[in-house]
Design a protein around this ligand. Sequence first.
Ligand SMILES: Cc1cc2nc3c(=O)[nH]c(=O)nc-3n(C[C@H](O)[C@H](O)[C@H](O)COP(=O)(O)OP(=O)(O)OC[C@H]3O[C@@H](n4cnc5c(N)ncnc54)[C@H](O)[C@@H]3O)c2cc1C
Length: 284
Amino acid sequence: MKTEFFKPGTLEEALGLLDQFKENAVIVNGGTDIVEKIVSHEVEPEAIVYIRDIPECRGIEQNDGTLSIGGAVTYREIQESPLCTRIAGLIQAVSEIGSPPIRNVATPAGNIANAAPAADCNIMLLALEAEVVLACTGGERVVALQDIWLNPQETTIRKNELIRAIRIAIPSKDTSTAYVKMTRRKAQDISRVSVGVSLTLTGTFCQEIRIALGAVNKVPVRAYSLEKMMAGKEVETGLAEIRSVFPAEATPRKSYKKLVTNAVIERAIRKAYETIMAGGECIG
Ligand SMILES: Cc1cc2nc3c(=O)[nH]c(=O)nc-3n(C[C@H](O)[C@H](O)[C@H](O)COP(=O)(O)OP(=O)(O)OC[C@H]3O[C@@H](n4cnc5c(N)ncnc54)[C@H](O)[C@@H]3O)c2cc1C
């Protein structure tokens, strides 16, 4: 089958191509996941829609209390953005991805649409309660990130939609974020267990905590059960309580993950706690 390559210059043009080719179109962003699938014929599109240069998907902006990361923004651009570098957990998650050449081209939007349970950026974005702005020819809809993933490689994103932006509410000055990933190798390895945390304190008390888990379920999940146990408690007391309680939301198939998940959670919470006790990371 012949494959046509398109490099639309506007969002409207890109969405028109998705309408025209329907399920036979494939969006290529950084290409670090999808190109290999095209080359190996696992995916055989009639149309490749390369979205890299679409101005509406570029740039990182702050409006009031919301950070908006364009759907074609790369990990490297996030690492270099003064708006993002103030969210420590996001930078920690992004810095764990692949290697510098991968981060130069790969994108959080590709991570989200790819729906891998072990994907790094997704886990931190879940802890940040990110929203996804999905554009189609008729307009836009905004979906909570946790409602995007159904199964590995399966999402609620429709064939005529693309991720125009990812939105994050900027953490308050009492909030600190952290990301910890457990791998087999030190470099360039996918996570075996990963944890993203957003911790809001009143003094040394946990006012609110969000704990996102990667690679322990078919999709990234929030550990609501542990969040409830920690809320309102002094951090050390809460940590002592959750240390031996395996999160109900995690259903790993590999037994070793049952042994290490709580340790990774504690490490991530401590990392966020230490940051805020040392003066905080955030914008407020
Ligand atoms: C050597 C190597 C190491 C890696 N290491 C890691 C790692 O440590 N951690 C990790 O999480 N991942 C890793 N990855 C996977 C990959 O880099 C990430 O998933 C990356 O975020 C994908 O982004 P991309 O822009 O390259 O996506 P692409 O490959 O362009 O696209 C991936 C999927 O998303 C869809 N898509 C892309 N953008 C949009 C959009 N805006 N709207 C709708 N659909 C879209 C595409 O159609 C495709 O189905 C690695 C990959 C490689 C090759």
